[in-house]
Every structure is written in structure tokens, then in C-alpha cells.
Design a protein around this ligand. Structure first.
Ligand SMILES: Cc1cc2nc3c(=O)[nH]c(=O)nc-3n(C[C@H](O)[C@H](O)[C@H](O)COP(=O)(O)O)c2cc1C
Length: 532
């Protein structure tokens, strides 16, 4: 199936936004059936994670720059304290906002429509005070729930095409997406959001791995059915999308066995996420299952495709290393401060601030399927107000770390229009458009390449947020009119499709920092406050 790339091409085509598709869409938001943003298991014990975890106070710039080549490996034990820190600052609740219709439990990473489709599971072993097993993390009451007991490294090793990193890591995180959480609003297009929303969480997570000197990998290649089974996911409702061993090399090797997983065929009792059921969006499951890797060997082959042949040219190390960046504000402060800017002031930012954002957003991602300094995406920009740069359109040459002017002119109206006519992106000092040659990627990687490129877009977006807030600026992700973005940057953008957009600028208001909301909300409150 993965090689039938007509599936991903078709999905991409039918989920493109255009002015006519957006204005003719009769979809309305059914507030009565709004999905619950938390997965709550019934009848299982909760393990309350510690709330007094150490804060990650390393400089944010250092964390964003770090390329996972630590001179000395972490001497910090990966204990419940550190696990709590990483989970909270990646996906915890930092703000609670009440509106007329709903309460929003806003999180440390941005997410389309604040709907939070991503769940996190942890396969743990060798953690002090924690029995080996598979756990679900709930950011709502900041708990872990044990789903299965035992050491699952062998099974996950096989599922990820004999990935040795899993064997030497005490934890493998499994990120999943609950489809209806996001399709409630964004319908079929929400499949793209699965990867954008996990991507922003992973940006925070990678910075935290760097802060704690913990080696990791972002795994896109795995046997879907097997991983979904290991965490007992309900079919065609929730699916595993990314795995990540945390603390690679910190525990000793073990003998790899063929773990039997028959006993995992259980259906857990969970609180339904919507009052009137979860409508299904068949296009989503068609493209998702069309990118399945079925056998261990399929995974092994898939992860090797781009390991030897680079996708992009190698960055010019010398020019990148010329950058002399200060350490920056403590990482945790930037994460707590982050929030999507709701109004930009139109005040100019500086060229150096913009270049720093682009440089940091393009640093290595430790993917399983390409060399870490390789990348599937490129960044184009509209510059509206940047001191030192003429207003106009630009291409960011990530190989040489330079901004290349494409056309000069006042393009504020265009940046607003391309981002679905949202005024926010008229006021932004600059709007970045992340583009990729989807057809070329699909030819190389099959339908799975669609997941990979959307995910890379999401991670780069998360890094743009952090790098902007690190410099006291603001940012917001954006959706876009697909073909119009490509057309705007022609001829340079020929064959490229937009993956994501982000506005950058100075907010026209001062926002309060978010907080560590871990013990002041509980399950009953959440259920009372939401539609239930
Ligand atoms: C991929 C992505 C796309 C987004 N697109 C838009 C958008 O088109 N317009 C907008 O106003 N906000 C957009 N946002 C911002 C979200 O609405 C925001 O992240 C969410 O409400 C949570 O708020 P927070 O980021 O302040 O925590 C986007 C965020 C992400 C991650």
C-alpha cells in the first residue's frame, strides 16, 4: 500500500484550501458534541506525577542549537521528577481560558484550534519507583495510568525495524492522535493537523532532551498495526504516529526476544470523548492506512531509503558556525511565556532577529529516516516590516544560511490573503511559508513520506515559536490557501506545495506568563466544566 502514492496525492488534493472551498464549506461547529480534550480511563489506578519537578533552566538558544552530540551523556537519572518535567513542558497545561462556549485547557505547545488531538504513552523500564510497563499520560490531572505491565523493548525494537536505540532507552514515548478531536472542526484536512500538532510538542520535547543531555530519536518508521496493538488503541479512532526512545544509551543492552503480545487484545473502558459519538472521516483513514508499514522488513527498508542518498544538499557548516548566539532566557520561562500571538503591532523586527529564528528553526532533527542535518522542507517568506531588509518576498537558503530576495514590494495584503484572509498575518512583520516538493517526497518514501513532511513542518513551526519567544517576539502558526501560496512565490516555488505558515512579529499587548497547572485541576472539575 505505501507505494500506491496516488492515495496521498489524492488526499492532499481534496484537502486543499482555496477561497471558493473555504467560502462554500457549510460545516458548522456542533458545540454540543465538542470532543473532550483528555482521554480518561475508567477503573484503572492513577499515579499522580510529582508537581515539584526541577525546571529546565538551561538557556533556550543553547537548547535549540544543540544537535544531540553531547560531550558527556546525561548523568541525570531519568526518574519520575525528570519525566514529569519533560512531559509537563512538552504537553502540560499552562493556561486555563474561559470563553462563552467552552473552557480551554491551553498547553505548553501550540495546537490547531486548541483541540489537542495528541496523546502520549510511555513504555517504561528501569525507572526508580515505577513498575515496568506501558503508561498513558494525562495532562489534565497530570497522571500516569498503567495499561500493561512488563518490559516492551523487544517488541518495540522489532516494530521499529530493529531499532537498537529502543533497547538502550529506559523509555519509549508513543505519540498518538485521536482523530475526532480535530476533525470536529477541521474535517478531512485535520489529518495534516495530526502531524503539525505532534510536531509542536516534539519541538519542545527535543529542547528538553537537549536541556537534560538525553539522546533521542524521532521515529516515523514503525509497524503500525503492532504499535497500535501494544497500546490497545481503538481501531479507526486513535492511531500511533511517532515513537521516540528517550535516554538512548543510558541503560544496558538486553537480550532481544520475540515478545508475545496476544495478551494485549483488551479494550479499555474510557470516558466517551463526545456526547453523541465520534463521526468518522473515511478520507483520513484511507490516507493513514495507505501509509502503513506492515512487516519488520518494510520498516527496515523504509528507514534506509534516504539514509545513504541525501534529500537536500548538505548545509555549509562553516557559515553556520560563524553564528555567535548567546545562551538565552531559561527554556522553561520561554515555554511558559509562549502562546500564539493574537494581534501583532506592525512594529518592525530586526533582520538579525529574523535570521536567528530561521537559523534555529532549521537546526538538525534526529529523525530515524534521514540524516539529522537533512531536511524535506524549504522556507519562503513575506517580509512586511524587518529593519535591514526591503519589504518583499524571500527564499531562505538553509545551505548557506542567507535570505535571498525574490521580489520587492508591499505584500501585507498578500500575507493576509494567503493565510486565509486573517488580519493577524497582515500585521505580522514577516510570514514564513514552509514548502516542500510533495510529489518528489512521495516518489522516494511512498505515502509514509506524507506523514514525514507534515511532521517536519510541525516541528519547524514549533521551533519558530520558541526562537521567536526566546527573543521577546511573538509568533502564530497559520493555515493557508494551498495553490495560491505556490503561485505567489513562482517561479522559484515551482513543484513545491505549502506545508505550514507562521507569522512573526511584536505582539501589540503584554501577555502574562503561563503557569504550571498540575495540582489545581482534577478530573471531576474538567468533566463538570466541559460539555458533560
Ligand atoms: C499548525 C498550527 C496552525 C495554526 N493556525 C492558526 C491560524 O490559522 N489562525 C490562528 O489565529 N491561529 C492559528 N494557530 C494557533 C492556534 O489557534 C493556537 O495554537 C491554539 O489556540 C492554542 O493556543 P496557544 O498557541 O496560545 O497555546 C495555529 C497553530 C498551529 C500549531
Amino acid at each position: 500500500m505505501n507505494n500506491k502514492i496516488g492515495i496521498a496525492k489524492e488526499y492532499h488534493k481534496i484537502t486543499k484550501h482555496s477561497p471558493s472551498s473555504v467560502y462554500s464549506n457549510i460545516h458548522f461547529l456542533d458545540w454540543e458534541n465538542k470532543p473532550l480534550p483528555f482521554k480518561f480511563f475508567n477503573n484503572l489506578d492513577l499515579l499522580y506525577l510529582p508537581s515539584n519537578f526541577p525546571l529546565a533552566d538551561n538557556g533556550v538558544i543553547t537548547c535549540l542549537q544543540n544537535e544531540q552530540n553531547f560531550s558527556n551523556m546525561s548523568s541525570n537519572e531519568l526518574d519520575l521528577m525528570r519525566i514529569s518535567q519533560i512531559l509537563f513542558l512538552s504537553a502540560g497545561i499552562t493556561r486555563i481560558q474561559k470563553t462563552n462556549n467552552s473552557i480551554y485547557y491551553m498547553r505548553s505547545a501550540s495546537a490547531t484550534g486548541a483541540l489537542y488531538p495528541i496523546e502520549i504513552y510511555l513504555a517504561c523500564t528501569h525507572i526508580r519507583d515505577l513498575e515496568d510497563g506501558i503508561y498513558h499520560f494525562c495532562p489534565g490531572d497530570f497522571t500516569l495510568t498503567k495499561l500493561h505491565s512488563g518490559d516492551y523493548r523487544s517488541t518495540l525494537y522489532h516494530a521499529c525495524g530493529n531499532n537498537e536505540k529502543i533497547i538502550t532507552s529506559p523509555i519509549t514515548l508513543i505519540f498518538t492522535s485521536i482523530s475526532w478531536r480535530n476533525s470536529w472542526k477541521y474535517q478531512d484536512r485535520s489529518y495534516r493537523h495530526w502531524f503539525w500538532d505532534v510536531g509542536t510538542i516534539i519541538s519542545n520535547y527535543l529542547s528538553l532532551c537537549n536541556a537534560n543531555s538525553l539522546l533521542t530519536e524521532i521515529i516515523v518508521g514503525f509497524q503500525d498495526d503492532l504499535v497500535n496493538k501494544i497500546i490497545s488503541l481503538p481501531s479507526r479512532k486513535e492511531a500511533a504516529i511517532v515513537l521516540s526512545p528517550l535516554g538512548v544509551g543510558t541503560i544496558g543492552e538486553k537480550e532481544i526476544s520475540n515478545k508475545h503480545i496476544d495478551n494485549l487484545d483488551v479494550e479499555f473502558d474510557t470516558i466517551p470523548i463526545s456526547r453523541y459519538g465520534e463521526p468518522n472521516f473515511p478520507q483520513i483513514w484511507k490516507v493513514h492506512e495507505g501509509s502503513y508499514l506492515e512487516y519488520e522488513n518494510d520498516v527496515k527498508k523504509w528507514v534506509e531509503i534516504l539514509k545513504t542518498v541525501r534529500y537536500s544538499k548538505k548545509p555549509d557548516k562553516i557559515s553556520l558556525e560563524r553564528e555567535n548566539l548567546e545562551r538565552g532566557t531559561p527554556l522553561y520561562k520561554v515555554i511558559l511565556q509562549r502562546g500564539s500571538t493574537r494581534k501583532f503591532s506592525q512594529k518592525p523586527i530586526t533582520q538579525s532577529q529574523l535570521e536567528k529564528i530561521l537559523y534555529l528553526a532549521n537546526k538538525n532533527i534526529p529523525f530515524d529516516f534521514i540524516q539529522h542535518d537533512d531536511s524535506l522542507i524549504d522556507i519562503y517568506l513575506i517580509v512586511n516590516a524587518v529593519e535591514g531588509l526591503k519589504s518583499g518576498s524571500y527564499f531562505y537558503d538553509k545551505i548557506n544560511n542567507t535570505l535571498n530576495e525574490l521580489e520587492t514590494g508591499d505584500f501585507r495584503k498578500a500575507s493576509e490573503h494567503l493565510c486565509l484572509d486573517q488580519k493577524l498575518f497582515f500585521d505580522a512583520s514577516s510570514v514564513c511559508f514552509i514548502l516542500a516538493d510533495i510529489n518528489k517526497i512521495l516518489k522516494k518514501l511512498g505515502n509514509r513520506g506524507y506523514r514525514a513532511v507534515q511532521l517536519e513542518g510541525g516541528i519547524r513551526l514549533g521551533k519558530i515559536y520558541l526562537a521567536a519567544y526566546a527573543q521577546g517576539l511573538g509568533a502564530s502558526g497559520s493555515t493557508f490557501y494551498d495553490d495560491e501560496v505556490t503561485n505567489f512565490f513562482l517561479p522559484h516555488s515551482i513543484n513545491r506545495n505549502p506545508i505550514l505558515a507562521a507569522g512573526i512579529g511584536t505582539p501589540n499587548y503584554v501577555s502574562k506568563s503561563g503557569k504550571i497547572h498540575v495540582r489545581n485541576i482534577d478530573r471531576e472539575d474538567i468533566l463538570k466544566n466541559l460539555v458533560y
